[in-house]
Design a protein around this ligand. Structure first.
Ligand code: NAD
Length: 358
């Protein structure tokens, strides 16, 4: 398979494979689009079984970032980098410095940040040789932990979906949260404060106990979360939580949570729509985190401090975008994920036209 024959090649502007013999770095940096601004997206380190798998991941994830950034109305395009290696055994300062040089070689077309297997400590090595790194502490534009901002965006999205599906506010509504890690825990507190009843699950007993103590949430076993009598199912753990099996068990009419890649397949999105369920497309409702990171990138670019007001205004806008997705889905009788994809593509195409005309 060559790059251009790959089913995941989606007119990516650039796909850069970089090998550094001295450090052993093998990285692929995929720049899907810079139409709206520099491509932004994290760096993932994973022991891919083949270069082909690494390429597939980079192509898919970078396109996903273009869509997410467009729907969050950010002045950013989409990119992603993958490092082929084991994050527990293969990390060295030299490897991340070499990665930093690879990022710098793109001259600002791509901004990196942390993702699975990569920590701020690793990126600190990269930042010695490039400025195009977000997510580091200790500078005026630093954006800190994105999780509370992601949770705020998801909270607003859950509230909107409940209004649409049940014509009521959150008081007394039961929300089943799968995963009470960084985002899930903040989300639980916000929902509790708004009067919702919570049922939570996690594989981490400590996280469960801490959230239950703060919110009075009922705890259930991981597999039991799909059978809870809840109006809302909020996936906040891993991808693929909405699949044929779980869909047949869910009792409520709303699926809205923070996790990435919630639909096991696009067909599941069509099926849940046909069953009358309302699904908040994941990359729209969870855009708060990238909004926070965007504020940092803009700050570094302009030499200004982190602007929390800008972040809040973008969160307001994100809620309006989600409302538009739901409106169009209802009016056009099409699944929300299809409407969101179409809107994202249109936003990127508009920016491409403007850029070409400039
Ligand atoms: P996290 O790792 O802090 O939390 C995930 C939680 O899910 C953990 O507590 C983990 O124990 C739990 N979990 C794992 N497997 C489980 C299972 N089978 N059943 C129940 N619980 C399980 O991650 P996070 O930062 O809170 O992110 C949660 C999700 O939201 C992820 O999919 C992430 O990609 C997505 N997301 C996060 C952000 C952010 O700002 N952190 C932004 C956008 C999207």
């Amino acid at each position: 398979m060559t790059l251009f024959d790959s089913p995941d090649f989606a007119n990516h502007e650039g796909v850069h494979a970089v090998f550094d013999e001295k450090s052993g770095l093998k990285t692929i940096i995929a720049v899907h689009s810079t139409a709206r601004g520099p491509a932004a997206g994290g760096c993932r380190m994973w022991p891919y079984a083949s270069a082909e798998q690494a390429l597939t991941d980079a192509l898919r994830l970078s396109q996903g970032m273009s869509y997410k950034n467009a729907m969050a109305d950010l002045p950013l395009g989409g990119g992603k980098s993958v490092i082929i290696g084991n994050s527990r055994t293969d990390k060295t300062p030299a490897l991340f410095e070499a990665f930093g040089r690879a990022v710098d070689g793109l001259g600002g077309q791509y901004w990196t940040a942390e993702d699975v297997g990569v920590s701020p400590g690793d990126l600190a090595h990269a930042s010695r040789v490039t400025k195009y790194v977000a997510g580091l502490e200790g500078h005026p534009a630093a954006s800190g932990d994105p999780s509370p901002v992601t949770a705020e965006g998801v909270f607003r999205g859950v509230r909107l979906c409940v209004e649409r599906a049940y014509d009521r506010d959150l008081t007394g509504v039961t929300v089943a949260i799968q995963g009470v890690g960084h985002v899930g825990a903040y989300l639980a507190e916000k929902l509790h404060a708004a009067g919702a009843k919570l049922v939570i699950t996690d594989v981490n007993e400590q996280a469960l106990a801490a959230v239950a103590a703060k919110t009075g949430a009922q705890i259930v076993a991981p597999d039991a979360i799909f059978d809870v009598e809840a109006e809302v199912f909020a996936p906040c753990a891993l991808g693929g939580a909405v699949n044929l099996q779980s869909l047949s068990r869910l009792k409520g009419r709303v699926i809205a949570g923070a996790a990435n890649n919630q639909l096991a397949t696009p067909e599941v999105g069509r099926l849940l729509f046909d069953k009358g369920l309302l699904y908040a497309p994941d990359y729209v409702i969870n855009g708060g985190g990238i909004i926070n990171v965007a504020a940092e990138i803009i700050g570094i670019e302009n030499g200004t401090a982190f602007d929390a007001d800008w972040v809040n205004a973008k969160l307001d806008r994100l809620a309006l975008t989600l409302a538009e997705v739901l409106d169009r889905s209802a009016a056009e009788k099409r699944p929300t994920h299809e409407v969101a994809d179409e809107m994202a593509k249109a936003r990127i195409a508009d920016a491409t036209r403007v850029k070409a005309a400039a």
